[in-house]
Write a protein that binds this ligand. Structure first.
Ligand SMILES: Cc1cc2nc3c(=O)[nH]c(=O)nc-3n(C[C@H](O)[C@H](O)[C@H](O)COP(=O)(O)O)c2cc1C
Length: 250
């Protein structure tokens, strides 16, 4: 177990060159794409653009003070504006770097490598069919992937039987695409990815709190089974955290 701790550490400058291998960036290998491809014949679903948000004006200190993990959700639907707001606050894309080596978002990321994709299991959002979706941040749109049979039950079971997870109107499911960060940072990438994940997780907590929604980070889930459900190629991309979101009872 103590060996595993090392992943949290960095190197003194004397050791850096000995320990850290040459990166693919240094080898002049072109950077990977910073958004996963989707079928070109797909019609993407429009979201509410950030400049049109009418929600989310709660004072910052109020958000900080009221934030907590919320595990009970009402049967109410989320509106498309609420969902758009949460996606923007967690992975909204501001611009691509001119160098082509990263992207700037509403959240920081080591080296601007932004090594995540956002999947949504949607149970109840106004105007959207239930199913599995992916956020296409480059155009702030949604890509419908497929229906999920018995989604509430399935997601509850895949969360180690934490049934409240499946009952939420929307479950945010973050996947990591580690090579985006490894391309520059090699063996240093994995700590950075973990830190980056914490940042989007916290932004979702704060964004929810700002619009009177609740969320809870979920670290316990069935890794291989959920990767399979999402049809991921697990050596390149895998689920790293779930966050159910919904209105909470007063
Ligand atoms: C990485 C991470 C994983 C977590 N996993 C779970 C989980 O699987 N189930 C759960 O009910 N809460 C989970 N939590 C929520 C914590 O239990 C919660 O944040 C903690 O008890 C502090 O409570 P608060 O968030 O209300 O301040 C997780 C939190 C984090 C940050």
């Amino acid at each position: 177990m103590k060996e595993k701790r090392k992943f949290l550490q960095f190197f003194d400058s004397e050791d850096y060159e000995k320990e850290v291998p040459e990166s693919d960036e240094q080898k002049k290998i072109p950077p990977p794409p910073f958004q996963k491809a989707y079928p070109k014949d797909t019609i993407l679903i429009d979201l509410v653009p950030p400049e049109e948000f009418k929600i989310g004006k709660t004072p910052f200190l109020k958000i900080v003070n009221s934030r907590k993990s919320r595990r009970k959700y009402t049967d109410e639907h989320l509106s498309l504006e609420e969902l758009s707001f949460l996606l923007w606050c967690t992975q909204g894309l501001k611009r691509e770097l001119k160098s082509g080596r990263g992207v700037l978002r509403t959240v920081p990321s080591s080296g601007a490598k932004s090594p995540f994709e956002t999947y949504l299991v949607i149970n109840r959002v106004e105007g959207l069919d239930p199913g599995l979706y992916r956020y296409i941040s480059f155009s702030h749109k949604l890509y419908f992937i497929k229906e999920i049979k018995d989604a509430e039950k399935t997601i509850g079971e895949l969360s180690y039987n934490q049934n409240f997870v499946g009952k939420a109107p929307v479950i945010f499911c973050w996947t990591a695409v580690p090579y985006r960060t490894e391309w520059r940072y090699t063996i240093l990438a994995h700590k950075f990815i973990a830190v980056d994940l914490g940042l989007i997780c916290q932004n979702l907590y704060m964004a929810c709190e700002a619009i009177k929604l609740g969320t809870c980070a979920i670290g316990y889930y069935e890794q291989n089974k959920i990767d399979k459900l999402f049809e991921l190629e697990p050596k390149d991309e895998f689920v790293v955290l779930l966050q159910p979101v919904g209105k909470y009872p007063k």
